[in-house]
Design a protein. Structure first.
Length: 172
């Protein structure tokens, strides 16, 4: 089914509620593990701030040769699968999207035992600011190829439990 969305008002509503039969389309997207690259980083801009005076971020990140090879392998493998399934008129498109635009990039706030080599401890607590916890994917240096949402939830629940216990002891 297909609807023309290039109109407004009654015409758009009619097109959306009464789509026309069309050719079948299949789409595929890949998710692959990005190997951590040391030169990729986020830093604070030395002078640029927002309206509240908070320094703006500079994101310095690009795809690696390994990432480009994964994309090419995906294109080759998916094309072969579609061909074996009997698909015709196969169109391949690498969107060349920038890192972080549509996948779960990780890292930036590495978890570890020492402030010399990491930013947060095993409880996702900043080494250098004990009342701040980071419970998203920043502590994870790798995501594999699965959606990490449940992992974030588990990290958050664990960090909250620890923070509450430490707060009751007066340590935070």
């Amino acid at each position: 089914m297909w609807s023309d969305t290039q109109m407004i008002g009654d015409q758009l509503r009619e097109s959306l509620t009464h789509p026309t039969w069309s050719n079948w389309y299949l789409s595929s997207w890949m998710m692959g593990e990005c190997v951590p690259v040391e030169k990729n980083h986020v830093r604070l801009h030395p002078t640029l701030t927002d309206k509240y005076g908070i320094p703006q971020l500079i994101v310095s990140c690009e795809w690696s040769e390994n990432d480009d090879k994964m994309v090419q392998d995906f294109i080759q493998q998916m094309t072969e699968m579609y061909e074996k399934a009997g698909c015709i008129h196969i169109k391949v498109n690498d969107t060349k999207s920038p890192p972080g635009s549509d996948i779960h990039e990780m890292g930036g706030v590495r978890m570890g035992y020492s402030p010399e080599t990491s930013v947060v401890n095993r409880w996702n607590q900043l080494h250098l600011c004990r009342n701040v916890f980071v419970t998203d994917g920043a502590c994870m240096t790798s995501t594999s190829c699965q959606n990490p949402t449940l992992t974030y939830m588990a990290l958050t629940a664990r960090a909250v439990d620890y923070a509450v216990a430490e707060g009751k002891k007066g340590n935070i």
